[in-house]
Design a protein around this ligand. Structure first.
Ligand SMILES: [Zn+2]
Length: 580
């Protein structure tokens, strides 16, 4: 059977997608006849002759795996041909057998409708409400699946839509989040029902948030990617193996593993191993070779610390690559998603104890000064929280009569004990005002007495927070002393990006406090470090880049007074119109 025959079969009226056809192939079925559905025969025909038979539902995840495999096995031009072919034929197929939703999907079966009314009637807790909504949605989708509804395949394949979208459409809207991050009480109607007056206004809060994000963060992410590119342009691939004996020690989760394919780690016997799809490392702590500890001189990262991707690259500019990956994978993906996403938010209950303590290297110290409970923090001694308005850009810090909403990182000062405790978390919290608040134009000082509650937060949205990504990469995070904490915080927000790109960026941010020109990775230790954000790095590294960047006055000063050198990296050659 060839492609034309497949299309001819599909064009017949009343074609049943479950009908099996005979398929045999010299390599794929070793000449034997196999009974496969038309869809599977179609997909296998798109893959190269020597590629093994694919006999499982091809979801987005499976397709990604196959593409990764193809990229590994074939040369660049063949890969481009294969992928173009898959795309062209997929478009063609979707015009022959289009998959869509029809109106009968918009009528809930009576028993599910009953259940919906009963389950959701008295539930007021946003998280419980969402849980119940999803349960009913799944039941409804199972029902549709029995009826062979195409909408289920669309969702299960990962092509479009989700259980959350279907819940929104058919079961109930649930809670919404407004600009300030406040979570509303659940909306009991679905979009299919239509909204009553109150629900309409609750829903509008969410729309305003989406409009705000769109206006505020459409230009911003592109600019951030540009900053990352400029700041990291000096970093190049070079050297085969720096033989460093310092490793990035990581506990590998399932999601994290996907971001580590092709990297090297050392096992218990000190042997170098590559991480592949089949590596059994989930749940284990591994010692990863990483750009964060690469000793290769002159801003180079060696091939072992960088990982297998090094062999595929035709260009040595891995710093510029990291910038463009941030742009395409993370940022564009994010701003496009915010624009098109149906307004279903995901929440999680806050667990300050877990979120703060586990990510901190100063665990015992934190517990000595603060009583950290699941969703509130109480101070054990008199203390002050300083909020420096200059650290936050417009829209980042919200003030209310009784509290501030503060994103990301805070420091609590204990003057009598001469200690400052940094609190690092991946969301915004309410910082409660005390009766003693001092305020200058820029800095707010909130003084607390021992036993006061200083922070509280119950639920947070788990959607990507662009503001936090920008804060992290701009280096407004001076209290983080462990590169792994910063790395995982960025990874949390951009979970699809291969970790190596983030490691390249983070390794460039940590500098020695005595001399910021020196990167901590050259010392093999991150003690006594400071963090330089993307905007600050060029002023230390190269005056030419800083001149092409922003804050031109400061750039001139750093060129004339401090005589910062230049690096002659690819971007700078371009600026000077010098080409290899
Ligand atoms: Zn290295």
């Amino acid at each position: 059977m060839d492609l034309q025959q497949v299309y001819k079969e599909l064009e017949k009226e009343n074609v049943d997608i479950h009908t099996k056809y005979s398929y045999s192939h010299r390599h794929k079925t070793k000449g034997y006849i196999k009974r496969l559905s038309l869809g599977r025969i179609w997909f296998n025909l798109l893959l190269p002759d020597d590629y093994p038979l694919v006999d499982e539902p091809v979801t987005k995840k499976v397709l990604n795996k196959i593409i990764r495999d193809i990229v590994e096995k074939y040369d660049t031009e063949t890969v481009a041909d294969i992928l173009t072919n898959i795309q062209r034929e997929a478009f063609k197929l979707s015009s022959i057998v289009p998959v869509s939703l029809d109106e009968e999907h918009l009528i809930l079966p009576d028993d599910i409708e009953e259940k919906r009314k009963k389950l959701l009637k008295d539930e007021d807790d946003p998280i419980e409400f969402q849980k119940k909504t999803y349960e009913i949605t799944k039941e409804y989708l199972d029902r549709l699946k029995e009826q062979d509804s195409p909408i289920v395949s669309i969702i299960e394949s990962g092509a479009k839509s989700s259980v959350a979208d279907m819940a929104n459409l058919m079961i109930a809207r649930g809670s919404t989040v407004d600009i300030k991050g406040e979570i509303s009480k659940p909306i009991r109607q679905s979009l299919n029902d239509g909204l009553d007056g109150e629900s309409y206004y609750l829903s509008a809060k969410e729309s305003r948030r989406a409009l705000f994000i769109r206006s505020q963060f459409t230009a911003e992410p592109g600019y951030l990617a540009r900053k990352v590119t400029f700041a990291n342009a000096n970093i190049e691939l070079g050297g085969n193996d720096c033989k460093t004996t310092k490793y990035l020690e990581l506990r590998v989760t399932e999601d994290l593993k996907d971001c580590l394919i092709g990297r090297y780690y050392v096992d218990e016997r000190g042997k170098l191993k590559e991480i592949t799809e089949d590596s059994d490392i989930i749940g284990k702590r591994i010692k990863l070779r990483s750009p964060l500890y690469c000793k290769e001189p002159n801003d180079n990262i060696c091939k072992i610390c960088y990982g297998k991707l090094a062999d595929k690259l035709k260009d040595k500019n891995i710093g510029i690559l990291a910038g463009s990956v941030i742009n395409t994978e993370g940022i564009e993906g994010f701003s496009m998603k915010v624009r098109h996403k149906a307004t279903q938010v995901n929440f999680k209950p806050v667990d300050l104890k877990k979120d703060l303590i586990e990510s901190s290297i100063r665990k015992s110290e934190i517990e000595k000064f603060l009583d950290i409970r699941t969703n509130e923090i109480i101070c054990k001694y008199d203390c002050t929280i300083f909020i420096d308005r200059r650290d936050y850009r417009e829209g980042e810090l919200d003030e209310f009569a009784e509290y501030f909403i503060v994103p990301g990182i805070l420091s609590v000062e204990f003057p009598e004990q001469e200690t400052t405790i940094p609190l690092v978390y991946n969301y915004s919290v309410k910082v409660l005002k005390s009766t003693n608040v001092e305020e200058t134009e820029r800095v707010v000082a909130i003084h607390y007495s021992a036993g006061d509650k200083i922070i509280e937060q119950d639920i947070v949205s788990t959607d990507t927070d662009m503001r936090l990504i920008i804060r992290l990469l701009d280096g407004k995070i001076k209290y983080i002393k462990d590169p792994l904490v910063l790395l995982l915080m960025i990874h949390d927000q951009l979970p699809k990006i291969a970790l190596v790109h983030l490691e390249v960026i983070v390794s460039n941010m940590f500098r020695c406090a005595e001399d910021p020109k020196i990167k901590c990775r050259y010392k093999g230790s991150y003690k006594n470090s400071i963090i330089l954000g993307q905007v600050d790095q060029p002023f230390v590294d190269s005056w030419l880049t800083s001149m092409a960047f922003e804050r031109i006055k400061k750039a001139i000063k750093s060129a004339l007074i401090y005589e910062t050198g230049i690096k002659n990296n690819s971007l700078e050659k371009l600026m000077k119109l010098e080409f290899d």
